[in-house]
Design a binder for this molecule. Sequence first.
Ligand code: ADP
Ligand code: MG
Length: 328
Amino acid sequence: MSEGAALEKKRYECLEDLEIGSAMSKKLRELGLHTVENLAMTTPKELEQAGINKKSAKNLIQKARLCMPLPFIRGDELVKMRQNILRLTTGSNMLDKLLDGGIESQSITEFYGEYGSGKSQICHQLCVNVQLPLEQGGLDGAALYIDTENTFRTERIFQMAKNVGLDPEEAIKNIIFAEAFTSDHQMFLLENADKVIKENKVRLIIVDSLTSHFRSEYIGREMLAERQQKLNKHMHRLIKLARGFNAVAVVTNQVMSKPDVFFGDAIHPVGGHIVAHTSHTRVFLRKSARGPVRIARLVSSPRLPEGEGVFKITERGIENVNENDSEN
Ligand code: ADP
Ligand code: MG
């Protein structure tokens, strides 16, 4: 029997099941690798940087990979998975239409734009909307909010909940909140979110913002590769959770301007190719000359055309723009 077949017989749930010694398990946990799956998705280089020699690093990862079920899925199973996709309303008809009925579960949707463009307001509104029944565009579930910029406000939740007819005191209980203090801490929170997602029937996972810590901690060209590797891992973890729990995953992202660019877009989302390719749906938000009105542009989607729509931010939350708004 091959080593792979022998290993498959047993269920490998925690690192200790791999029989790599308690000291090594402890070391891996200190690196944020808490499960066999985490280890299987790591690169030898990351382990080497933590003082594990090259050969052991390779062996450990190989062992973990052999224990994981093969990730191949038959096409018809994929169809079944997609049939289960749910859509969450944003509160704006135009934005929902742009997204073909709302934000999809099982993948990552990214909102990017400059400061004040409405990224966090959308996140707040989604935390409320997710609690609505399916027939009202909700997912009848709870929200997990990872806040990296300290901009989550319970007062806003109360206002928005009241507006959609939810009891604010109940609505706030269905939002599980965590503040991430560093990029490592942010990663740690997602690595360990399974239990809290399951126990609380979480159907919406928000990371607001995805990139701020990474951007401020990894400075300069020489740190770029490491930053991108970590971001990649973080986003794949998020995809895994979104698929595993049929949840909507929403991340926000800052923009940077490139003053040396004369043609095309001078404003770019942070995070380069990794974030661009891992976010399935990207929406660019910008302010308009009409006060509370914001413009949303669907920049990329695996199956929808580009397009634009408008919505407004009011005390009640994310709302439709009406005719009177154009006169402001
Ligand atoms: P960012 O894209 O930086 O996350 P936000 O989502 O925090 O931006 O949007 C902030 C904007 O939302 C404010 O500038 C304001 O226009 C609007 N806003 C926030 N709270 C309220 C409120 N209670 N009533 C009306 N508009 C609000
Ligand atoms: Mg914000």
